[in-house]
Write a protein that binds this ligand. Structure first.
Ligand SMILES: C[S@@+](CC[C@H](N)C(=O)[O-])C[C@H]1O[C@@H](n2cnc3c(N)ncnc32)[C@H](O)[C@@H]1O
Ligand SMILES: [Zn+2]
Length: 508
């Protein structure tokens, strides 16, 4: 994405905010540039300010740059924001002349910091990977992106080596990393499998966990033992999930007996699994971010059949919802990341933009983007990912229809009907969730080409939807004997529906 200053109307249209909001931000200190009689804004600035209105860094600092600078061609830093016409505003050519960067230049410019965090071997590796690109004629933005990617790849490798468990299994990791779009079917207990995986190697996790005692495959003596097993898996998934990424956890507050005191039907009650899981996720380091209610539209239990007694305590209100819980992983990492504008590692730590998310400010005086009062670009790994590094390809677009469907706290859609009129299980699996859930999770919280894992694969709804959305779908399932046939059948029929090409699935 290229940086340029936007007019007020462009800001309002592009970010879909009201004029009042923009004026309020302006009053609070949002950086602005006055050109002629109108104001210009840096879109990224406005986004940041919307996201975090209480940000104090720029409070009361918006100085208006007078129209005089329009003709100030002496100042290479400001030339790109001056001038009335759009081509001048985005004068990439001029910037390249004023401050041309190349991959070799960035390697040199950042040498000092690179030596601080990498050994000579790793720096050599970086130089070699950069040498594979032909950066001649590339825009500065593209060059910065390449440099950042290769740098962060090595940073990630370093982290993976440092946190690699003894149980790491290179064969499994090779299987997961194979360069094709086949659905990865991994058989086994997901706790064991997760322990064999590389740290921060999965960009999104989506699942509905096995239900405590509500189904035939349940295996726990009481609720505490169940939750403890889940905790182990959640703990290991914190290591495997990539930094600043998302876990989408679909769970119902089932009506059952927690079996701690009695096992009788009278001991049944609403077990607030959603609440219990939020606590466990938080204790294991995740940030609880949201709870979207799935309105299933029909009650599942038979508790309304209370012998026809229309009297108090015989009847009871019914519910028909499940939670879709959203958790974030934010591992605080203070290793510097390159300015997304100029590629410099000459950056200073700012306050964390949210807990665990280190933000930075560019100190490179030659950086192309300076605020009106000459402050450098502010950014974090998370904002860079969202604003600079993803590709605006069609597979990353969230359709308006999907957005409208999920633009509310309680979202109605049908559960997967499990039995036919004769009571037969027609899906070959006892608890699939509807495609709506992984579809939302994948579209909202991952980019095309990334890895999406469901550790409780079940009928493999998540990996199938992931593959159809051009992500790499990975599923782990314990019950090979019971489900293999049904899973493979479902994967095969998904291809008929979507006609996607290439290797359909691969088993480990
Ligand atoms: C609620 S189902 C998942 C349904 C899935 N979302 C779907 O759409 O089909 C839970 C699945 O997890 C599996 N399972 C239970 N414990 C497991 C474990 N420790 N490791 C891997 N799979 C497990 C069960 O066999 C079951 O298929
Ligand atoms: Zn910079």
């Amino acid at each position: 994405m290229e940086e340029k200053l936007a007019k007020e109307k462009e800001v309002l249209d592009y970010l879909n905010i009201s004029r009042t909001t923009l004026w309020r931000l302006k009053k609070e200190g949002l950086p602005i540039v006055k050109v002629g009689n109108s104001y210009r804004y840096e879109i990224e600035d406005v986004k940041e300010w919307i996201a975090k209105e209480e940000n104090v860094t720029y409070q009361n600092q918006n100085k208006i740059i007078s129209t005089e600078i329009q003709n100030d061609t002496e100042n290479p830093i400001l030339t790109h924001i001056s001038g009335e016409n759009e081509t001048d505003l985005n004068n990439n050519e001029r910037i390249i002349q004023e401050y041309p960067i190349s991959l070799v230049y960035l390697l040199e410019h950042n040498q000092k910091y690179l030596q601080k965090i990498f050994d000579a071997e790793t720096i050599k590796k970086l130089a070699q990977s950069l040498a594979n690109y032909d950066d001649l004629g590339l825009t500065n933005a593209k060059i910065v992106k390449i440099f950042s990617f290769e740098y962060l790849k090595l940073l990630k490798e370093q982290h993976q080596q440092e946190t690699r468990p003894d149980t790491y299994n290179p064969d499994l990791q090779r299987f997961i990393n194979q360069p094709n779009n086949a659905i990865r079917v991994v058989w086994g207990n997901c706790l064991d499998i997760l322990k064999q995986m590389e740290s921060e190697s999965i960009q999104l996790m989506v699942t509905s966990p096995p239900y405590y005692n509500a189904r035939d495959y349940s295996q726990w003596e009481n609720i505490d033992l169940y939750l403890e097993d889940m905790r182990q898996i959640i703990r290991e998934s914190w290591r495997v999930l990539d930094n600043h990424r998302v876990w989408v956890w679909n769970v119902g507050d089932i009506f059952d007996n927690d079996r701690k005191v009695t096992k009788s039907v009278w001991g049944k009650r609403r077990i607030p699994l959603g609440a219990y899981f939020i606590k466990i996720f938080e204790e294991e380091g995740f940030e609880f971010v949201d709870d979207i209610m799935w309105d299933k539209g029909e009650v599942e239990s038979k508790r309304f059949m209370n012998g026809g007694m229309d009297y108090p305590f015989y009847q009871y209100p019914m519910n028909c919802y499940e939670h879709i819980l959203i958790f974030h992983k934010h591992r605080l990492d203070n290793t510097k990341i390159p300015c997304p504008v100029c590629g410099s590692l000459n950056v200073n730590g700012n306050t964390q933009s949210e807990i665990g998310v280190q933000s930075w400010e560019c100190k490179n005086e030659k950086c192309f983007i300076r605020s009106p009062n000459n402050r450098g670009k502010r950014f974090s790994l998370r904002t860079n990912m969202m604003q600079y590094w993803f590709d605006e390809d069609k597979n990353n677009v969230i359709e308006k229809s999907v957005q409208n469907k999920w633009r509310r706290d309680i979202v109605p859609f049908s559960p997967v009907i499990k039995v036919n009129s004769k009571g037969e299980n027609i899906l070959g699996h006892s608890a699939p969730f509807p495609e709506d859930i992984p579809e939302m999770a994948i579209k909202y919280f991952s980019y095309a080409g990334e890895k999406v894992l469901d550790p409780f694969g079940g009928s493999f709804t998540t990996p199938i939807v992931a593959r159809n959305l051009h992500r790499t779908g990975i599923g782990i399932e314990l019950n090979k004997e019971m489900y293999r046939e049904a899973i493979l059948r479902k994967i095969r029929s998904s291809q008929n529906l979507f006609g996607s090409e290439g290797n359909l699935f691969d088993e480990f």
